[in-house]
Design a protein around this ligand. Structure first.
Ligand SMILES: CC(C)(COP(=O)(O)OP(=O)(O)OC[C@H]1O[C@@H](n2cnc3c(N)ncnc32)[C@H](O)[C@@H]1OP(=O)(O)O)[C@@H](O)C(=O)NCCC(=O)NCCS
Length: 164
């Protein structure tokens, strides 16, 4: 190499690709679900039923640092002008890099396009990571369901986000 200009390195992006979930994603989704919600995971059939279902946005994120492997997913259901985030998870090895945020942003944008004005969800009150993520996206505590979760028993906080 002579004294020429430095070659530009290939573009590197940490932004995950987010797209609609499909049947071939189910094995990866079920694996992440088991890892994230060990005591009470959704079965494969629940996810299967949400693919291409009217009124439901079911998306996955592909990890750019893991050859585009599916590393997270989100599910939002709409009814009239309300939406509910039913599930959101990122594989342990892919956390802390904005993937949960990208999924949530995508769910909220798609809900807004469909006319949703307020979005709800339930979360364990000890789930600090999720609570911080939702707060950063404009959710506020709107209520509490006592002993809503089992194994271990814990209250759910009901969070609400009203479209600005
Ligand atoms: C909650 C979850 C989806 C976050 O995914 P993630 O990809 O790690 O989140 P991000 O990297 O996009 O972080 C976005 C914001 O969330 C918050 N956050 C994420 N992880 C956090 C942690 N461990 N502690 C505190 N805040 C955290 C921060 O506000 C962060 O913003 P910042 O990076 O600017 O500080 C992930 O931890 C997860 O899958 N947990 C298990 C499943 C779960 O609890 N799902 C929610 C059920 S309601």
């Amino acid at each position: 190499m002579g004294g020429g200009e430095r070659q530009a390195s290939p573009a590197v992006t940490t932004e995950p690709a987010v797209r609609a979930a499909r049947d071939s994603d189910l094995p990866a989704i079920v694996t992440i679900e088991l890892e994230c919600f060990r005591s009470d995971p959704w079965p494969r059939e629940s996810f299967e039923g949400f693919i291409d279902r009217a009124g439901v946005t079911f998306i996955v994120a592909e990890d750019p640092d893991r050859q585009g492997a599916v590393c997270g997913y989100g599910v939002l259901m709409r009814a009239a002008d309300e939406g509910e985030v039913l599930n959101l998870a990122v594989a342990g090895g892919s956390r802390g890099r904005g993937i949960g945020s990208a999924l949530l942003r995508n769910l909220l944008e798609s809900a807004k396009r469909e006319g949703v004005r307020q979005v709800y969800l339930e979360v364990r009150e000890s789930n600090a990571a999720a609570l911080a993520l939702y707060a950063a996206h404009g959710f506020a505590v709107a209520g509490r369901r006592r002993a809503y979760y089992q194994r271990p028993v814990e209250d759910a906080l009901i969070l609400q986000r009203v479209e600005p």
